[in-house]
Design a protein around this ligand. Structure first.
Ligand SMILES: Cc1cc2nc3c(=O)[nH]c(=O)nc-3n(C[C@H](O)[C@H](O)[C@H](O)COP(=O)(O)O)c2cc1C
Length: 183
């Protein structure tokens, strides 16, 4: 099985990357493939709300804004499951996580086509490194996104600076269990 591990921080060695690494290791130790992608290394712009609010996303499941989103969208559709790790910014997902999730939601949550993410397990992680606040509001919006694209919430894990050590273990275990696909 093939899993896509998305992380959404500009930092290469922070909490977000540590969480993504723990998840990828858990998947690989379960004997499956994990492709790690740092959203901030790609060019994924914002949804432009084309037309009257819907563009080609509605009927063609394809975003008409041409950038790195197209390739990433395909990888997500082809994956057996997803891990999404975002730093908590103002109690929400980071901008790169938001840009990606907004655009893929429009393509996969429209009422005219079946979602190609339907039923796929998603492990969502919100990493709060500052006050430690805002993890739950961030996870709420990640959960809403999972529901909109009709994927399956495997787990929602909040982590902050103080819980880092034991939450990294939990993320590793969650990803390992998700990849084993025995739930
Ligand atoms: C614009 C901005 C807003 C932030 N808002 C919050 C917040 O609401 N709560 C919190 O605990 N940390 C907040 N932080 C801190 C980040 O969550 C923290 O840096 C996070 O762990 C990301 O770290 P990393 O990039 O090293 O992974 C914020 C950081 C930035 C840059």
């Amino acid at each position: 099985m093939k899993y896509l591990v998305l992380s959404a921080s500009p930092n290469f060695d922070g909490l977000t990357e540590a969480c993504a690494e723990a998840a990828a290791t858990g998947i690989r130790e379960a004997g499956h493939q994990a492709e790690a992608v740092r959203l901030n290394d790609l060019s994924v712009g914002m949804c432009e709300a084309c037309g009257n609010g819907w563009g080609t996303c509605l009927n063609n499941q394809r975003c008409q804004v041409e950038d790195d989103f197209q390739g990433l969208h395909l990888k997500a559709v082809e994956a057996d499951g997803l891990v999404l790790v975002t730093p908590v910014y103002w109690g929400e997902m980071s901008e790169s996580a938001k840009a990606f999730t907004d655009r893929i939601r429009r393509c996969e949550a429209s009422s005219t086509k079946d979602s190609r993410l339907a039923g796929k397990p998603v492990l969502a992680v919100a990493a709060a490194g500052g006050s430690g606040g805002g993890m739950i509001t961030c996870l709420q919006s990640m959960e809403r996104w999972i529901q909109h694209v009709r994927a399956r919430t495997f787990d929602l894990i909040p982590v902050n600076r103080w819980s880092r050590a034991y939450k990294l273990e939990a993320i590793h275990a969650a990803a390992h269990t998700m990849a084993e696909n025995k739930f």
